[in-house]
Design a protein around this ligand. Structure first.
Ligand code: 26Q
Length: 836
């Protein structure tokens, strides 16, 4: 019995929750602000902490969201519409205040209301701690998807975990990454609503047993399990200007009462509290690894916890209206799995339907494979999730039985399709045989889904040719592409208000919810007066970025110089190392006095390394050491500046993207599934220097080859070159590269730290370097030369900048979500009642 289980004795009157709409004007907002500040937070004019002002404003705005939230729920319920669920272990939401203001279209009223109180919105907005519940691309994509679904009025709900600790905070100490815990909830979170009345119960461990039910049927149940409670916290997801507010439901793990009672009464108080802790650990921390974390029990617990709690939640709602009739369940529900992380959903939906609701295998399998859809985000073999069968067996005995049964039936189908081809059965089996048998989660997701998609055209094609080739031959119609995007609300309208104003003055305001309208900017690229205004905006944004760099890195960036930026997770395949080799080359040129066609340049690199990823951490150290040497050299002066920005995160990108001239997208071709930072930069008028990888290819197609600095091998060339890759010959054949390697190997950047860069040097020399870093050096340097030259002609550069922004219309997640909806989900938009 919980406190929320006790019900009112009488049925409340309908008007219990009937209220007049809240005012959206400055005076109403200021009044509610004062109300919250005074009565709810208990602060007065003596309190100078900006946090409480932020909180009071957030609560006032949350009220405005709340009435739209309720209307949206009612609209969905009344229409009894088909619904989508986006399941993800990560939602990298960043800050919510600005997003709420933008999407409620109440910026001006808020600004004025605060002004009447002597407060400044920017200052309050910056007091909000980022919700860093994700590693990088995959997590941020989930957040952008939710924004677009709400804007399109699609009935889509997010399901995730409410990590107590988000992505670690990165400090740089002596040039090295130091991780600090991100206790983001310490100051409370005004954006979440706890809903304990929808708590679910998730089993672990124990065993399964047969029994006979009332009708004499043999059935299976999971017994002696150790259960953990899943308590939901809901976050509002406002659409842009349309009155829709969707939901992101995040689960927190809590111990059941048994933990508190059983052992406690037996006099085992410490043991009882320890068990309680173990249960609550499940939602304690986000794994900070953006390639898979192999074999970590807690991670598998998290994944199953999300899958089970979310599916039970959906089934409970279903039961509330349909009882035990599942005949239309698959017509009314669709689950999109964000990579394999939630792929326990496949056996879990089977288990719930069969064990809890008494369906037969075939009916349950029909429902599962008509409701599950899987998105793949990587081709890197080391990032493909596999779990030891032994661990699966101990933690999830009943789901494992179901996985075995799914596999047996699937392999029978393979055998029918390719009679006698046992090699193919071995290759395609969900269970990888060997000394330590493994569950292949990608195959599990694929077999259990009706749709499998990659995240950019190249990536989707490579999936069907490589990793999933056998499956593509078996089920070609399952495979499709959905090129990623980013939300133009956060990534242009909010983060770049000056450019947004200029764009609206030029093409009208429709672009915010219809990004292809940016194409209307293109003709203006030839207008010198327009170019001057565009340049003025970029200049101001570069000053804002320079201020951030000054504050965080203590490095002075000259806003007249070319701002050359690479921000993303640190990974060998993303080749931050290639970037820094180019920086060393520029430094070498300056030392040699080679100033021919020189363009002053400020290089900014930022990103987090997984705490256990030694090479990535060494790359961070090298960037910092090179920055130190270059910035301190009087011969270099202001011609070249280098900075490593600590703690790269969503709110930092909101300042970085608008202030960037040149966007570095330089991964080894065939390795970056899509990339989404590339799109944020493009939208904000940066020009890309990049390889033919991921969505870069589509970016270049949209903007035209003349407005993109292309270099490097294609994905096919990379695979052809691999066997004969010869770094020694590349070094010997390129004087500039020889000088760079000489400087690096002489210890010039580690004078008092002998040998620390040896592992990086060795990887560059290795013929087995998986990323073929040196193969693209010459063409990279050449493309950089062209970029520098282009920047030297400011009229020409500004033209390219405008054309990039103008051509970015395709990279809105509004387009991406429309494609998911038309080709996978088939949901009807349900416009919300306007709040009058
Ligand atoms: C898996 C198992 C255990 C622990 C951690 C993980 C894990 C966590 C995060 C594995 C992978 C990730 C994140 C992957 C990711 O961000 N991929 C990126 O997804 C973007 C959105 O589709 C693409 O644009 C990027 O190209 C891709 O690298």
């Amino acid at each position: 019995m919980f406190y929320h289980d006790q019900l009112l004795e009488s049925t409340p009157l309908p008007h219990l929750t009937e209220l007049p709409p809240l005012g959206m004007d400055a005076a109403s907002l200021a009044r509610d602000f004062r109300h919250y500040y005074t009565y709810n937070l208990g602060r007065d004019r003596h309190c100078r902490s900006v946090h409480y002002a932020y909180e009071a404003l957030s609560l006032a705005l949350r009220d405005r969201l709340m009435e739209r939230w309720k209307n949206t729920r009612y609209a969905y319920d009344e229409r009894d519409c088909r619904r989508g669920y986006y399941l993800s272990l990560e939602f990298l939401m960043g800050r919510s205040l600005g997003n709420a203001i933008l999407n409620l279209e109440t910026h001006e009223a808020v600004r004025q209301g605060l002004y009447s109180l002597g407060l400044r919105l920017e200052e309050l907005a910056e007091a909000e701690h980022d919700a860093g519940l994700g590693n990088g691309g995959l997590g941020r994509l989930a957040a952008c998807f939710l924004d677009s679904c709400a804007t399109l009025a699609l009935p889509v709900q997010g399901y995730g975990l409410r990590y107590e600790y988000g992505m670690f905070r990165q400090k740089i100490v002596d040039g090295q990454q130091v991780e600090e815990p991100d206790h983001w909830l310490r100051a409370g979170n005004p954006w979440e609503i706890e809903r304990p009345e929808y708590t679910q119960r998730v089993p672990f461990e124990g065993r399964s047993e047969f029994y006979r039910d009332h009708a004499g049927e043999t059935r299976v149940r999971w017994v002696d399990s150790r259960d953990v409670l899943a308590v939901p916290y809901d976050l509002p997801i406002p659409g842009f200007g349309n009155g829709t507010v969707n939901t992101l439901r995040l689960w927190k793990a809590a111990a059941t009462d048994e933990f508190n009672l059983g052992e406690f009464n037996a006099g085992l108080y410490p043991e009882s509290v320890a068990a309680k802790n173990q249960a609550e650990h499940i939602s304690m921390i986000l794994y900070p690894n953006d390639a898979s974390e192999n074999g970590k029990e807690l991670r598998l617990r998290q994944q199953y916890f999300l899958a089970s709690a979310s599916l039970q939640d959906v089934l409970a709602r279903w039961g509330g209206t349909q009882g035990e009739d599942f005949s239309t369940f698959a017509d009314k529900n669709v689950f999109q799995l964000n990579d394999t992380h939630p792929s326990c959903c496949v056996p879990e939906l089977m288990r719930l339907l069969i064990d809890q609701h008494g369906l037969g295998w075939d009916e349950a399998w029909g429902i599962t494979t008509r409701t599950m859809a899987y998105t793949n985000h990587t081709l890197l073999p080391e990032a493909l999730e596999k779990w030891p069968v032994r661990l699966f067996q101990r933690l999830l005995p009943r789901p494992l039985e179901i996985v075995y049964e799914i596999n047996a039936r699937f392999l029978a189908e393979v055998a029918r399709h390719w009679p006698g081809d046992t090699e193919r059965q071995r290759r395609m089996s969900i269970i990888e045989e060997g000394p330590e048998p493994m569950v292949r989660m990608a195959f599990l997701a694929l077999v259990g889904s009706f749709s499998v998609n990659g995240v950019a055209a190249l990536h989707s094609r490579l999936l069907t040719e490589g990793l999933f080739r056998d499956f593509y031959e078996l089920w070609p119609a399952k495979f499709n592409n959905k090129t990623n995007g980013v939300t133009p609300r956060r990534w242009l309208a909010w983060c770049n208000p000056a450019l947004a104003r200029l764009i609206t003055d030029t093409v009208g305001q429709g672009w915010v919810a219809d990004l292809p309208q940016l194409a209307g900017l293109a003709p203006r690229a030839d207008d010198p007066e327009f170019r001057q205004r565009w340049r003025g905006v970029k200049q101001a944004n570069k000053e804002r970025l320079a201020a951030l760099v000054r504050q965080e890195c203590e490095v002075e960036f000259n806003p007249q110089a070319l701002f050359d930026v690479q921000v993303k997770r640190i990974h060998e395949y993303k080749r931050q190392l290639l970037n820094i080799l180019h920086v060393i080359h520029l430094y070498d040129r300056l030392k040699r006095g080679d100033l021919q066609g020189w363009t002053d340049r400020c290089v900014l690199i930022g990103g987090k390394a997984a705490p256990g990823y030694f090479m990535a951490k060494t790359i961070i150290k090298l960037i910092n050491n090179v920055a130190h040497v270059v910035n301190a050299d009087p011969e270099v002066g202001s011609r070249l500046r280098v900075a490593f920005l600590p703690d790269y995160r969503v709110s930092a990108m909101e300042i970085i993207a608008p202030g960037t001239d040149l966007s570095e997208q330089i991964s080894t071709a065939g390795k970056e599934a899509s990339g989404t930072g590339n799109m944020k930069f493009m939208m904000n008028g940066a020009v890309t220097i990049g390889t033919l990888d991921g969505a870069n290819i589509e970016i270049r197609e949209e903007v035209g080859a003349a407005n993109f600095f292309l270099f490097g091998m294609t994905a096919e060339e990379v695979e052809q070159a691999r066997p004969s890759y010869d770094p020694a010959a590349l070094i010997a054949g390129n004087e500039e590269l020889r000088q760079v390697m000489r400087l690096l190997e002489s210890g010039h950047f580690n004078q008092f730290e002998p040998g620390i860069f040896d592992p990086l040097i060795a990887s560059l020399h290795s013929p087995h370097d998986p990323w073929l870093t040196l193969a693209d050096f010459a063409s990279y340097v050449e493309a950089q030369r062209q970029a520098a030259q282009a920047y030297g002609d400011q009229e020409h550069w500004t033209r390219m900048s405008i054309l990039n922004s103008a051509a970015s219309g395709r990279f809105s997640t509004d387009r991406t979500m429309q494609e998911y909806n038309q080709e996978i989900w088939h949901l009807q938009a349900v416009p919300a009642e306007p709040v009058r």
